[in-house]
Design a protein around this ligand. Structure first.
Ligand code: ZN
Length: 410
């Protein structure tokens, strides 16, 4: 089967017309959604790229795969969806500019072709896995990852969003593999990620008056008051990025149609987390479980082009199981998807993050969050508690009833 996973990084659900009829600048996503299953209550497993993506790529919760701030890379013994598919004979390729999904974090294992900010050389191919054989080496790997992520982010600041390179690589892949029965393509379009710098044409269209990228001099995501006028400009800039994002998504879908492989393909479009634009005086993501961060777009076009709406809470980690199921890959019993296995209640998905330091002080504790369909809330006191669970039991050993009992203590 031809499978493509398209991440629209940091895209808010309320800025796209399949979820908000008042939006008039996402016609390509809307057209796709008319032939797709649209999930109204999709929940991301974390509010930032790495843990959220690793949940999608492994089917596990962050407290199971443990790729969080504390250890920003994927352990070698965790098998990614790309590795499962490659072992099954799939051609695999990844195209994107996300600063966390690079070879050193291990999140790009299993891809034959890699077009990312850090490219794989054959000399470095297995180097990263060697950086986890001791505590010291793991620490070194973490430092290297944080340094590289910062450098990569710096590279993009001030630069106008440009997808031409990713579009070319994606189109080339589709052209080259249109006659291949089985391929897995992962694309991530990172334009709605702060700082926003859409092309001039889109700034004009959205009436952006002032460049508010100087907000970046303030503590990102959690600092100070944001004035109403700044919020307004932030929103306009963000919308301009969404508009440009939709235009580029349209180009990718167009290529599927042009190569006559649209109908037969499984196309999964999702956002790994949303973005705050002044709510609670925050912008960007991280440090919050606000609904605009956690309740994300998820649109799946199956080969039958069947369309419907799903109201049930759906976790992004379910993508892993859907893809493998479609590819006819049998999972071992211990890896099978069980509704609500991790938290005991399917209706209450779990997201987890770790201790984060910002501006020299801890700005939030290790985070364990519970959410329901209508209400996402944060449970501060739960956080240390989950760490205690980790030291007592390996996460996979916690049965749903045990966890359920522990959660009742709240
Ligand atoms: Zn992200």
């Amino acid at each position: 089967m031809k499978i493509v996973l398209i991440a629209l990084d940091s895209l808010r659900k309320d800025r796209v017309s399949p979820y908000n009829k008042s939006i008039d600048f996402t016609s390509n996503l809307e057209e796709l959604s008319d032939q797709s299953i649209v999930y109204n209550n999709a929940i991301a497993q974390s509010c930032w790229s790495l843990p959220s993506h690793v949940s999608v790529l492994t089917g596990k919760y962050p407290w199971q795969h443990r790729s969080t701030q504390k250890k920003p890379f994927v352990d070698d013994d965790i098998k990614l969806i790309s590795e499962e598919l490659r072992d099954k004979g799939y051609i695999t390729s990844a195209v994107h500019n996300n600063t966390w999904l690079i070879p050193i974090t291990g999140a790009m294992r299993g891809f034959d072709e890699l077009h990312t900010l850090q490219n794989q050389t054959k000399y470095l191919k297995n180097a990263w896995s060697r950086l986890q054989s001791s505590k010291l080496l793991r620490m070194l790997r973490k430092k290297l990852i944080l340094f590289q992520s910062k450098m990569n982010l710096k590279k993009t600041i001030g630069e106008e969003t440009d997808f031409s390179n990713q579009l070319d690589k994606t189109k080339n892949f589709l052209e080259k593999n249109k006659n291949t029965d089985d391929f897995f393509l992962y694309v991530n379009l990172v334009s709605c990620h702060y700082p926003y710098n859409p092309p001039e044409k889109y700034k004009e269209k959205h009436n952006v008056k002032k460049d508010i990228n100087d907000l970046s001099s303030r503590p990102l995501e959690y600092g100070g008051e944001i004035k109403d006028q700044e919020k307004e400009e932030l929103n306009k800039l963000y919308n301009a990025e969404v508009d440009f994002l939709d235009h580029n998504l349209g180009k990718i879908i167009e290529k599927f149609k042009e190569e006559d492989i649209y109908d037969e393909s499984l196309i999964i479009v999702f956002s790994d987390h949303g973005e705050l634009l002044g709510e609670q005086n925050k912008f960007g993501h991280h440090f919050s479980t606000h609904k605009h961060l956690i309740n994300v777009p998820l649109i799946i076009k199956n080969p039958d082009n069947r369309s419907c709406r799903v109201e049930d809470v759906t976790e992004l980690r379910e993508i892993y199981y859907k893809v493998l199921n479609n590819a006819g890959i049998e999972l071992k019993d211990s890896n099978k998807f069980v509704k609500g296995a991790a938290c005991g209640m399917y209706e209450e998905p779990v997201i987890y993050d770790a201790k984060i330091s910002g501006n020299g002080k801890n700005i939030c504790n290790s985070s364990f969050y519970m959410g329901t369909k209508n209400k996402i809330y944060r449970s501060e006191n739960q956080l240390e508690f989950i760490d205690k669970i980790h030291s007592k039991l390996a996460p996979d050993q916690i049965s749903s009833s045990e966890l359920l009992n522990l959660l009742k203590i709240r």
